[in-house]
Design a protein around this ligand. Sequence first.
Ligand code: SF4
Length: 494
Amino acid sequence: MMRYNFQQNETGAFGLISRYTQDKVFNQISHILSRIPGRITPKALKRILRIAEGLDRDREYSHEIEGLRRAIEGDHPYLRFFDLIGKKSLPCREKLFRNFFINAVFNGNKIREDFYRRHRISRPFFFVISPTMNCNLRCLGCYAGNYPRKENLSREVIDRILEDARAMGIYFVTVSGGEPFCRKDILDLFRTHHDIYFQVFTNGTLIDSDLASEISRLGNIAPVISCEGFEEETDHRRGKGTFRRICEAMDNLREAGVIFGFSTVPAAYNYSTLLNEAYYEFLVEKGALFGWLFQYIPIGARPEPKLMLTANQRLTLYDKVRAVRNAYPLFIADFWNDGPYVDGCLAAGRTGRGYFHVNCDGDVEPCVFVHFAVDNIHRIYERGGHLWDALDSEFFRTIRAGQPWNSNHHMPCMVIDNPHCLRNAVEATHPYPTHEGAETLISDPALSSHLDRYSEALACLWTERDVSACHMETVPPEPSTWMKACTETTNSIS
Ligand code: SF4
């Protein structure tokens, strides 16, 4: 068996699982995943399952492990995901395993528990940081478009934030913006914090073959490329020529062996494309392994309620996403509709799967869609505090105390599904709006009544369904034509 050596990690996080054990586990998994071309056998997958069970001594991730077991038993199409991971570059595979699964998931969980015992503050799994709002595009309805574009977090402050994150047990960080690759020091940041796994939301237009190769060499970055459908929808929202450029970016990343995903904003203008399986086939063939759907929500200085999906459309898309998951090796996270997987709203650094957002100006927001804050990281550091102090504000505590906002986790959101809850939290704790016009969400009566009507309509539709029927789709239907063709091709290679 080929053996790999790891760099020493100076943070001490690995003390929880010995280096010897980690190397042994990684070598086993890497050996399994490197058996390409060809499909990974159910026997090999069961070995991965046993390894995961061994690491999850506290059964914190038993639900996820059980989902994987059922998937193996049902020969679910998304198991092909493991074949695809095996084709990625060694640093990308190594960092996915070491940074994400070991540091963020398993060891991170223990650090988070220790952190809680010491500080008695909520312990989220991750956070989003927007190091810059500069961007080379001007997209229609961009939630970030109202922040001042010249604001940047200094490198010194970002380093300090990431140090605090480690102390909190957070080793999974999402980078948003703005366009992160507009920052000249962004690769150096990822290089310096090589024990953290970064998911980077990007418009993709700056990812040429050189940048893709460097991302592949570093391994701890999973780019998520914004794509609104095919050429017509993408260029409509993001500007002419953007679709062609992101196709090139995906080709560059695939050829460099990078693990990457896509992000799509379902809205009125691309709804019909998102119901068409050709879109998901395109993404899989481009090499995306996972993706996010963030439905358009009317926030910012110029909210456009007419761009939102209707309640009916949201449920139709809900069904479509579940069908796609059963047919393609593509992990799609349907941000609002997937509330049941994470027990509802994640905002304000909720313990468990929760998160928060540090924006480019240093304001600490409950989530990327809630543009209110009471704390700013610069003020916190000026008084000698830490990142986690922001989790203990009355604003954040009020939000966490109200979660989940209702018993139907398919309607988790305090912005669009339970708008009165956000209004109440703002009224009770008086946060400041983090950019001009952010308060519109609360203060504009027409917008408030639109969201009230929307959420009532959605609640009515859900009462007609069995809301408790929310679980992983692990029993596959007949494989799609695409899946059959793929399997035949892979078998013929092996
Ligand atoms: S407020 Fe809405 S968007 Fe933000 S974490 Fe909660 S459910 Fe998600």
